[in-house]
Design a protein around this ligand. Structure first.
Ligand SMILES: CC(C)(COP(=O)(O)OP(=O)(O)OC[C@H]1O[C@@H](n2cnc3c(N)ncnc32)[C@H](O)[C@@H]1OP(=O)(O)O)[C@@H](O)C(=O)NCCC(=O)NCCS
Length: 188
């Protein structure tokens, strides 16, 4: 496992990578354009979340966090590397006997319904299992988020239960469906 080299994952239509701080403007464009679209599905964002100062710090922090083995927060770029289309974040990596992490994701409103997140996660998950040697990826969604539930099912995540008041979404503690995907390579 080499955490010095940052991942650069090319897929049929996309490029997945950690965004570096000179490209802060691309992340802010994504966040501002999708501010109201993503609001019902994400934690409440403070005003500073939409500022260059926040993302200058955050992008540097996320690269260090990857190198420390704690997370893999990928941006989904178009193949030409000009636009942030979405994000997929593998966070809270725990090693030892658990070898697990949590997955969260968000796609720009204008890119819904084209299979972009499915394509991105198919490749990102392959990287997490084969390069980060993790055993389990956990993802949770609010029951009314049908698109998220469908996506996880297509990726072969299995529903393991429900948890009440599990995550604070848009300022309210919400019940969630808990799902997980286990590394198909049983030697890991
Ligand atoms: C959840 C979310 C990522 C799903 O996005 P999505 O575009 O529906 O997801 P997919 O990439 O799986 O695309 C599936 C859609 O693309 C279509 N599609 C088109 N070409 C496709 C292809 N080559 N492969 C797969 N699907 C394709 C599918 O038919 C499907 O469309 P439909 O739902 O209208 O039938 C998105 O709705 C989102 O970001 N929501 C807000 C944030 C959020 O909910 N985050 C998760 C919190 S748990």
């Amino acid at each position: 496992m080499n955490l010095r080299t940052l991942p650069h994952i090319k897929t049929e239509r996309l490029l997945l990578k950690l965004l570096e701080s000179p490209r802060t403007d691309l992340m802010i464009d994504f966040r501002l354009a999708n501010r109201s679209f993503l609001k019902p599905w994400e934690p409440r964002r403070p005003a500073e979340f939409f500022t260059p100062a926040f993302w200058d710090y955050q992008l540097r922090y996320l690269i260090q966090d990857y190198r420390d083995g704690n997370s893999l927060c990928l941006v989904i770029m178009d193949a030409a590397d000009t636009e942030v289309m979405g994000v997929c974040n593998f966070t809270n990596i725990i090693r030892g006997t658990f070898l697990a992490c949590q997955l969260g994701y968000a796609l720009a409103e204008k890119h819904q319904g084209k299979g972009v997140m499915f394509e991105a996660l198919t490749h990102a998950i392959e990287f997490v299992f084969s390069q980060l040697d993790l055993h389990r990826i956990m993802a949770a969604y609010v029951p009314r988020n049908a698109r998220s539930g469908t996506l996880l099912k297509r990726l072969n995540f299995v529903i393991e239960g429900t948890a009440s008041k599990y995550l604070s979404i848009d300022g309210r503690w919400e019940d969630h469906v808990l799902t997980a995907l286990v590394n198909p390579d049983e030697s890991r």
